[in-house]
Design a protein around this ligand. Sequence first.
Ligand code: ATP
Ligand code: MG
Ligand code: MG
Ligand code: MG
Length: 467
Amino acid sequence: QYLSGNEIRQKFLDFYAQRGHTVLPSASLVPEDPTVLLTIAGMLPFKPIFLGQRSPEFKRATTSQKCIRTNDIENVGRTKRHHTFFEMLGNFSFGDYFKEQAIAWGWEISTKVFGLPSERLVVSVFEDDDEAYAIWRDKVGVSETHIKRMGEDDNFWASGPTGPCGPCSEIYYDFYPERGDDIDLEDDTRFIEFYNLVFMQYNRDADGHLTPLQNKNIDTGMGLERMAQILQAVPNNYETDLIFPIIKTAAEIAGINYAQSDEATQVSLKVIGDHVRAVVHMIADEIHASNVGRGYILRRLIRRIVRHGRLIGIEGEFTTQVAETAIALAESAYPEVRQQEDAIKAELQREESRFLKTLARGEDLLSEIVEKVKQQGKTQIDGRDAFTLYDTYGFPLELTQEIAAEHNLTVDEAGYEAAMSEQQTRSQEAHETIDLTVQGSLDKLAEEIKVTEFVGYTQFSSTAVVE
Ligand code: ATP
Ligand code: MG
Ligand code: MG
Ligand code: MG
């Protein structure tokens, strides 16, 4: 059954409200938690409750939480399901109901409220979680072919090396059940993860020992855009009613048609659709473009919008016009967005015109470089020059290559990479890095901008990079 994004959100909140959950508004994208830059999951505003630092006002809550995950930035437009900005629908139990009830409701809302055929659902459980396995098989009636045991990376959640943690269980939708019972959940042409149920049941001590928690908690997350993709029967999240109108506006400005565009153009339109939503909500939550922290994330997202606009043939300023569509889409669920309309447009306008000037200066420099190369009778632009264009003028390599190609020139990519890694070595030497993450992994963007960053839902990073 077709449901709009707004209807899906409402049905989720209503379902859990009817089951004793207090509906709370989305928290700001700017978290209270100082260890993360942006709100990356529905549970983040409740983290102090889960950690036992604050006592809950309610035993059960449900929210639709604005989230931003910059660790998915490279996936944007390339996978069918990842965004920087998305909405996470969640139901939470603070020492109240636990595994069996969370699973039963998770299944009920998926199959009854959203009407997904049960034979199209596959569930994952943590490899050691026999309890969850048995609930899915015996209480819910899922066949064993459709219950998959998965490892720690996907199916165990911890908020850090010590503290509350526990296994999780996820629900996947199968787009092609006719392909049979040989199920590989990694195959994202066939399956999409849409609902994660986290069973916070242990405390992990410094030796890695797990002891059962007195108060067990439930934390869940369902991706609104993913449920919309499924229910609206569109090929990806971007073509849902939550995002596609933004893409249409951008395509109109560029004078092109999404459906008739080639792959690269569609990726650019998807990046614009995603990032415009992100920046509209970020500015509505009073983030300002700058060179540090979340302000730099905002700046980088705006620049990517502008750059992809140029890649699809938009010459002048266009971000405020596209933002208008995003504001109209968001306002019923997030009134703060309309209230901040003027601030959003002013910020976008300022950043965009500034960046366009930088780009123009870069273009001038590039013309000089092209002339020089031609005069010398060469056919290749120096990698170092390409790097300067990137580093100082925000010219990504592809843009330089594209312009070079117009003059029948190529770019020395190896030289560009060498200049890039030389600079990275220099900046590494200049910064002392303290990495406190469980896996010690820093996401690319965090590395680039030297800030605290989130590395995944399965753990909260307390990566601190000290300059
Ligand atoms: P994936 O494996 O697809 O990257 P995940 O396991 O990282 O997803 P969780 O951390 O479990 O995602 O988040 C809970 C839910 O939030 C997911 O099941 C999904 O529906 C949604 N979600 C997570 N990341 C994104 C994203 N980048 N864009 C859109 N929805 C997302
Ligand atoms: Mg996953
Ligand atoms: Mg998950
Ligand atoms: Mg992920």
